[in-house]
Design a protein around this ligand. Structure first.
Ligand code: BTX
Length: 325
């Protein structure tokens, strides 16, 4: 019922509709309308009331509300079900808790995260209203070994969104970061639940610094936001929708054709590290190498100092001799 009332309010395009007309259209009492309007307000919708005029919905560009996002999606699966929070510990943690009983393509989004997570239990700074902190739940029918490739698909779709909406050229830093001017603007955390041969679900967490004006001093030298790079405040919703639309196209072509080709083209052509001397940190081990390619499997191919070509599954990569992240 709440959604029906919301739809009626949206259809008025900012004009008032009386409580009586709403009640009639939705076939409920005026008291029920009033209760649902209050619930919508609690969800973040700004609904004005005026004597004798009724209710009107104000355009809300400041929150990433499901109905607003869905209006701009061209997807069939991604974002058909959206769960929005004003505050949560971590969208990835929440997604894990509900993944079993939620359809593939479900999107969890929060205005802030109190315990946003990066890889290896690291923290992800996620202040209120500044960024896009979201997680997609996916249930593709492929073996668990393919799961990591989703990180490349996510990176390519974020790159496309930033490029299309802001005209900013970012670089993809294999395996899971997007950087601008040597600083991290986005991080991706892909997790999965699987048995030996069977994937239950994939959780693709994406954190994008959009309108952040500053960062904690522990990360200030390696983090940036789209606002800081572009010099103007960014419409988070427009960016989010572009990324989700791009994601579904790339994901679909991967699921249907079984190749990462399109995503890899974007990751290779806009790589922060290919052709460069890098330092690869894997656990306690550090090695210098030259980043040569990203393979069809989404692995990093490097040339070691001994002249041997080898493939790397995951790790921390820093660019030799360059400052920043
Ligand atoms: P990562 O392990 O590659 O990067 C984490 C590191 O990045 C931190 O140790 C810190 O140095 C730095 N960092 C922390 N916060 C930020 C920030 N806001 N901007 C730039 N650098 C930062 C990257 O992990 C994966 C991050 C995924 C975050 C998303 S948000 C939605 C979803 N939910 C969740 O809990 N995590 C994911």
């Amino acid at each position: 019922m709440k959604n029906k009332i919301l739809q009626e309010l949206m259809d008025q395009q900012g004009q008032y509709i009386s409580g009586e007309a709403l009640a009639e259209k939705c076939k409920v009492s005026r008291t029920a309308i009033w209760k649902h309007i209050n619930n919508l307000r609690k969800l973040g919708y700004i609904i004005e009331t005026a004597n004798k005029k009724g209710y009107r919905l104000l355009e809300n560009n400041s929150l990433l509300l499901p109905a607003e996002i869905q209006k701009h999606l061209t997807t069939k699966e991604i974002g058909k079900n959206i769960i929005h929070f004003n505050s949560i510990d971590s969208t990835n943690s929440y997604a894990k808790g509900i993944a079993d009983k939620t359809p593939s393509g479900t999107l969890i989004i929060s205005e802030e995260q109190l315990s946003g997570r990066g890889r290896l239990g690291r923290e992800w700074e996620s202040p209120k209203g500044d960024g896009i902190w979201m997680t997609l739940i996916l249930k593709p029918k492929f073996p668990p070994s393919e799961g990591g490739k989703l990180t490349q698909i996510a990176a390519a779709s974020v790159w496309q969104g930033i490029n299309k909406v802001l005209g900013l050229k970012s670089l993809i830093k294999w395996p899971n970061d997007i950087v601008i001017n040597g600083k991290k603007v986005c991080g991706i955390l892909t997790e999965m639940s699987a048995e030996l041969n069977q994937l239950h679900y994939l959780i693709v967490g994406i954190g994008i610094n959009v309108n952040n004006e500053a960062f904690h001093n522990t990360i200030a030298d390696k983090a940036t936001s789209l606002f800081l790079e572009k010099g103007e405040k960014i419409n988070r919703r427009a960016l989010l929708c572009e990324i989700l639309n791009a994601f579904e196209l790339l994901y679909d072509s991967f699921v249907k054709e079984g190749t990462l080709k399109e995503s890899l083209n974007i990751c290779r052509n806009n790589s922060a590290i290919l052709g460069k001397e890098v330092i690869i940190q894997q656990g306690a081990n550090q090695a210098k190498a030259k980043a040569v390619d990203i393979t069809e499997e989404g692995l990093l191919e490097v040339l070691t100092e001994e002249g041997k070509k080898t493939e790397i599954l995951t790790g921390e990569v820093s660019i030799r001799g360059e400052k920043g992240y």
